[in-house]
Ligand binder design. Structure first.
Ligand SMILES: Nc1ncnc2c1ncn2[C@@H]1O[C@H](COP(=O)(O)OP(=O)(O)O)[C@@H](O)[C@H]1O
Ligand SMILES: N[C@@H](CCC(=O)OP(=O)(O)O)C(=O)O
Length: 373
């Protein structure tokens, strides 16, 4: 790549605290065992950064894939119980491999297995934050994965790309690096041919027409490019720049950052509460807004009043988190609703002066509302 490095690339190269996420397809062989050479190469790169004074949190997938061969399975299992069994076997193989590999550089690793509750429940969030912070302070390399052996479909993070974005905010990272088996984001699935690489994403306008598809041909990854793009969006809108490239290019990604796709930080750092509201908390319902209300809450950062709501979905109580939806169906904000779902139908569409005084409070107060664009 030629030309002057973008601000985003400089920020990634200079980041002091960094989260590096590596996917299953970059650590395991097609037959479902750990690929020690590739794991060692990644560890060498991460170690260089740590020895140079940086702090790295490694979010590593691969537990399920690494458990396939030892259990005599032929491919990645589809049912939850077998996935959990594979993860149980594979995670300990993975942790062992990382511990051995980092020990070549005299570095200690700390295994951190998180469930969605650990970041979705605000009380648990601080606990995970403290542990990771202390590990980094003690010079260890935290190796994070989802606690797959107990996570059911209903309570999963979804994928480790999302987990990595959440962890980036949790540890206050200066950058997030997503390593996969593809060197960059392309405008279409590169497996189909004819797609071109996108080098810089400076906002949603650069994503227009980009088709980010499902997981790679190895059958080992889960989220595919779509989940990486979504994770990049979560990080960038929270003020964290992202670099996406292949694990084979990790050295350059963590060095001059002159490879892959750089996603610029578009938003400012969110407080833990606002980040939680925007990205972590589960939503219990939806409020459909008219165009005027969308402008008021998204552009003018106003509270949402009953007059701008056209429909209510879901069974929520006052104090729950809900999504605010534009007429187009796009979720434009999330916030804490002040009323129970049952109270709203008789209020919506009516302006405050038509309502009795006790029902004139905002439906979602501006302080409890985070626009998503
Ligand atoms: N627009 C795109 N740009 C790049 N890769 C894409 C795109 N759409 C789909 N993909 C596929 O996504 C795969 C990476 O996702 P995945 O297999 O889940 O990786 P990992 O295991 O690293 O998380 C690539 O191998 C590629 O084939
Ligand atoms: N927690 C799972 C990984 C899930 C996942 O998102 O995988 P990937 O798409 O390879 O990053 C595991 O360790 O197998």
């Amino acid at each position: 790549m030629s030309g002057e490095a973008s601000t985003t690339r400089k920020a990634v190269a200079a980041a002091q605290r960094i989260v590096v996420k590596v996917g299953s397809s970059s650590l395991t062989t097609a037959s479902g065992g750990l690929d020690q050479d590739r794991l060692d190469a990644l560890v060498d790169t991460v170690s260089r950064r740590v020895v140079d004074g940086g702090q790295v949190v490694l979010v590593s997938s691969g537990a399920i894939a690494a458990g396939i061969a030892p259990l005599g399975l032929r491919r990645r299992p589809r049912d939850l119980a077998s996935q959990q069994a594979a993860a149980s076997v594979g995670q300990q193989a993975l942790a062992h491999a990382y511990a051995e590999s980092f020990s070549r550089h005299d570095l200690i690793v700390g295994q951190v297995l998180l469930t969605a509750d650990d970041v979705v429940r605000r009380g648990h969030y601080r606990n995970a934050q403290r542990t990771l912070d202390r590990l980094l302070g003690l010079g260890a390399v935290p190796v994070v994965n989802e606690n797959d052996t107990v996570a059911t479909h209903e309570i999963r993070f979804g994928d480790n790309d999302r987990l990595a974005a959440l962890v980036s905010h949790l540890v206050g990272a200066d950058a997030l690096v997503l390593l996969s088996d593809v060197d960059a984001l392309y405008d279409g699935d590169p497996r189909r041919g004819g797609a071109s690489a996108i080098r810089e994403v400076n906002g949603e306008e650069d994503m227009v027409g980009v088709r980010a598809g499902s997981a790679g041909a190895s059958g080992l990854g889960t989220g595919g490019m779509a989940s990486k793009v979504e994770a990049a969006r979560v990080a960038c809108t929270s003020g964290i720049p992202v670099l996406l490239t292949s694990a084979a290019l990790a050295d350059r990604a963590l060095g001059p950052a002159d490879v892959g796709t750089a996603f610029a930080a578009t938003g400012s750092r969110l407080s833990a509460r606002r980040f939680w509201l925007a990205h972590a908390a589960g939503a219990s319902g939806r409020l459909w807004l008219d165009d005027g209300a969308v402008t008021a809450v998204v552009r003018r950062r106003r509270s949402l009043l009953a007059a701008g709501i056209t429909a209510v979905e879901g069974a929520f109580d006052g104090g729950d988190v809900v999504e605010l939806v534009a007429p187009s169906g796009e979720v434009v904000a999330r916030g804490v609703v002040a009323y129970d779902a049952g109270e709203l139908p008789q209020l919506i569409g009516r302006s405050s002066h038509e309502l009795p005084p006790e029902q004139r409070r905002e439906v979602v107060h501006a302080d409890d509302l985070v626009p998503l664009r």
